[in-house]
Design a protein around this ligand. Sequence first.
Ligand code: BGC
Length: 762
Amino acid sequence: MLDLAVSRRAILMSAGAAAAWLASPARALLQAAGKVAVPAFVDQLISRMTLEEKAGQLQLMASAWGGGTALSLNPPGNGSDFQQQVDEARQGQLTGVFNGNGARMARILQTAAVSHSRLKIPLIFAADIIHGHRTIFPVPLAEVASFEPELARRTAEAAAFEASGAGIDWTFSPMVDVARDQRWGRGVEGGGEDPLLGSLFAAARVHGFQGADLKSNEHLLSCIKHFAAYGAAESGLDYNAVDISMRRLREVYLRPYKAGFDAGALSAMASFNEINGIPSTGNHWLMTELLRGEWGFEGFVVSDYTGDEEMIAAGYAKDGRDAARIAFLAGVDMSMQSGLYRQFLPALVRSGEVPEAKLNESVRRVLALKAMLGLFENPFRRIDEKREAARSMLPRTRALAREAGRKAIVLLKNDGDLLPLPRSGKKIALIGPFAAGAHDLVGPWVVYGDDAKAVDLATGVRAAVADAASVTVAQGSGVEEPLAGGIEQAVAAARAADVVILAIGEGANMSGEAQSRTEIVVPAPQQALAEAVAATGKPLVVVLKHGRALALEGAVADAPAILATWFLGSETGNAIADVLFGAYGPSGRLPASFPWKSGQEPYYYAHKPTGRPNPPGELQPYKAHFRGIPNSARFPFGHGLTYGSIEYSGFGLSSPSMPANGAIQVSATVTNRGSRAAEEVVQLYIHDRVASVTQPVRELKAFRKVALAPGQSQVVTFTLSPGDLAFYGLQDRPTVEPGTFDVWIAPSAEAEGVHGSFDLVA
Ligand code: BGC
């Protein structure tokens, strides 16, 4: 149906473009189609397209507007100038652009497409809306620390509201790659180390971005990326090869993608990596047999940025023509940025190397999505400069960023209840490169956000205390370079204060794409600063900034209080101050384990027992452990303290056994013995003692966040059914075997909590 209200606005704002659109063949076909299913209309259109026009619908390019925003985030590709891009739109050589800037740009390009191209097919505008558009929310990994998928749905929806006001139809998000090696920089964009938690957040984000109706001009088409197993890169080196068993792939890495598609995501992005020798972009099994065949995916697949062309360097394609052929035949419908599809697909069809029917199929998928997004009805439905400004950084969106920020913070340690700090009566030294200043706030993978519009820590702390003059700021160090005289100044500030807040960690450019690290530690100059400040003996609160789990050492690890605060976005300072001074009791839990040492990576809680597990406690000879460090994480997955004092007791099972077609209830009592309210994330883990395939020491199966007033108890009950006990068996399918299962209800993946066991009986 024609969206009359929006169309009228489009006509007022761009009369020429709209008039041309109203007379266009695409529009006529749509009207003729009326309420007929979209594919019929699309097929009529396809029947009128030249091979060049078809290939154009499969070619996406970085916006060249103002030099091309994407070029600052991605390596320079086959960039063009903006006028050239407008001409390409007129000639039908472009399906859309990404990471351009705003409604003004979109209007110019869309006008070129719907006024001046032969078939007037509207463009689609894409962007990396990874954790917010103008209002920046916590980095995705941080948000997962909330253990609250509904929060991610809400922030994705708020990001979609802002972005869709700025002419954007499609986001390259969520990134759902499981990341178990913290050296890899891109874990910051995803859902952490656990497939269940990652899957729940993947689905929540898709729901938030897409809403109930893709035509809504408050929502975006979502893209699941990077398909597949990008996070399993060997040694955590970005872009590196992945060599992985089918079992590990299916049980761990594929699950969040599947969850995202099941939630309704209608686009997917191929990953840069190879899997077992085949680049994803050229992997027919992955893109066609699994994704479309087994999973029934009906949307379209886009390559990653020049991913098709990169098969040449990878040694899988001879040249650009070969790369285009391989990627297309594997099942990649749309090429991003290389230009290879529009350059070579017409000739490949003419030579018979690519069947035209297959080309039509891909074009049909893309046009059907453009139709579902409402672009044929009104190509300007999301393009409105006034609306763009009116939706930008609204107070309610900033309030959500603050809520998300404080829920993402994890209290790693709080010896002697140093936190929360009193709001008055203490002189505070706020020390470190992240203490103050409009830098490193919005974090990695931000296209449109602005540090200058974000609240830094000093501002947040000064606003929270009774007397702003009680706060002294000293930078102390650069992020990766020492600062001349910095340590002396910081030590003097610490000596003059009653308590030190030390804001240290990673800069925003140290995680994200192509930012793999060999040592996942606090950079040396900041570690030196921490040692010097700690030596003053003043009570020390470490506030960490980071895009990954870190291996903490020395004075940082020994500090009595440590907060993991990631990159929290526009409301960074306020969110951290809320937790520091107790306006909000910390409720976050680690979505990725903090190891003792970098050399433990990849470290993840759900590892296998081995035949020689080191029993809890002392390291024993000829048992599986690294020399000199405990056989565990320093702070495991799921860990996070509260300002209360939570006790687990009263483990209960509804029965000693679970019938193969039944279920079992597992319960525990959680009690807040402290004097402050707390929110506890109660976690349920299982271990299958003996199976035909060895099983991880523990696996998360369920969790629940419960609010507990001082002195309050609550019985938390989970239901497990046989499906929760399945693994990928010898017959290449989910398998449930009778046997004994250990079960824990615990505050982290490595805490004892309360536990027992039950039998699954045949
Ligand atoms: C990244 C993708 C991103 C794309 C477009 C690539 O370098 O891997 O995650 O969506 O660029 O900016």
